[in-house]
Design a protein around this ligand. Structure first.
Ligand SMILES: C[S@@+](CC[C@H](N)C(=O)[O-])C[C@H]1O[C@@H](n2cnc3c(N)ncnc32)[C@H](O)[C@@H]1O
Length: 297
């Protein structure tokens, strides 16, 4: 386990993932009933942007820094509001010195009655996470494999909620591990909202994950295509090698407002975050065949 999220915190991929997370959170909060947020691969919760890791190749400067500096039309500002609330809560001063990871985005938006369950396998990171939330009785931290934990955790007693699966993709079979966890988790909790993050790198494996999950959900779980949404952003021409150029999420049981929000947001986000003319985005409900990034499997 060599992956350190501190090198990437606040980059374009984090921004899209955390905007989606914050929007799902706000949708759950529209009803008074409590819910549970489950994060299978949590990281350390918040990242110091002044640290050596963050400064080595400051990816956040081409991510959250650009988003904060850009002019925002009213509709875009409204969509970004919960995410930017989380960023502001991590930065009480004027300067941007910290970036909230997924646990911290969640905690900053949490109500007293809701609960957070965090898994992190890296022992030092799990300890950091545990110390961070030691005083918050709404948050439970577990130093364990998030994939294995998921089957035991869902469905939560609240029966409402959200799972984020955000692995490091260090292992060549990570997409297959995530697909297995997806099926186990959704089998046990078909009404939960699930967010799966994946890089746009091995495009064959990524499309296989998206299409395979969609076909399984429709055939085996009788889930309607509109209950599967994906949103991707690439800031440069997509390449299989080198620095990450694109990433995004597949959301199962998304809030009904999410697709429209992302269709409004992503053209703006792409313009703000693009690094060359090969940048692009896609949002599709039901994983449309004509939006695939590879010709065949
Ligand atoms: C991409 S980072 C998570 C970032 C975090 N979700 C965020 O958005 O701020 C992936 C994390 O998963 C941890 N990890 C790797 N394998 C794991 C596993 N099987 N179970 C739980 N955590 C794992 C890594 O140590 C790393 O901290």
């Amino acid at each position: 386990m060599n992956y350190r999220h501190a090198f990437h915190a606040g980059n374009f991929a984090d921004v899209l993932k955390h905007v989606v997370l914050a929007l799902c959170f706000e949708h759950l909060k529209a009803k008074p009933k409590p819910f549970r947020y489950i994060d299978t691969h949590s990281g350390i919760g918040q990242y110091d942007l002044t640290s050596d890791e963050a400064r080595r190749s400051p990816e956040f400067e081409d991510g959250i820094t650009r988003v904060l500096a850009a002019d925002k039309p009213d509709d875009v500002a409204a969509i970004l509001k919960p995410f930017l609330h989380a960023v502001a809560a991590s930065n009480p001063g004027e300067a941007l010195t910290a970036y909230p990871g997924s646990p911290q985005v969640a905690e900053s938006l949490l109500r007293d009655t809701d609960r957070i369950q965090l898994c992190e396998l890296h022992p030092a990171d799990a300890k950091t996470l545990d110390q961070r939330y030691a005083k918050d009785r709404r948050v439970k931290v577990e130093a364990r494999d998030g994939y294995k934990a998921l089957s035991a955790i869902v469905p939560p007693v609240e029966k409402r909620g959200l799972v984020l699966i955000d692995p490091p993709f260090e292992h060549r079979d990570e997409m297959a591990f995530m697909a297995e966890a997806a099926m186990n988790g959704i089998n046990r909790w078909p009404t939960g909202t699930f967010i799966f993050w994946r890089p746009l790198k091995d495009l064959w494996a990524q499309e296989r994950f998206d299409v395979g999950l969609t076909e399984w959900l429709i055939a085996e779980k009788q889930i309607e295509p509109e209950k599967i949404l994906r949103a991707d952003l690439w800031v440069r021409e997509l390449e299989t090698e080198g620095k990450l150029a694109g990433a995004g999420v597949v959301v199962v049981n998304p809030p009904y407002t999410l697709e429209d929000n992302l269709v409004t947001l992503l053209p703006w986000l792409c313009e703000v975050l693009k690094q060359d003319d090969g940048a692009g985005w896609r949002v599709d409900g039901g994983i449309a065949e004509d939006s695939l990034l590879v010709d065949e499997f």
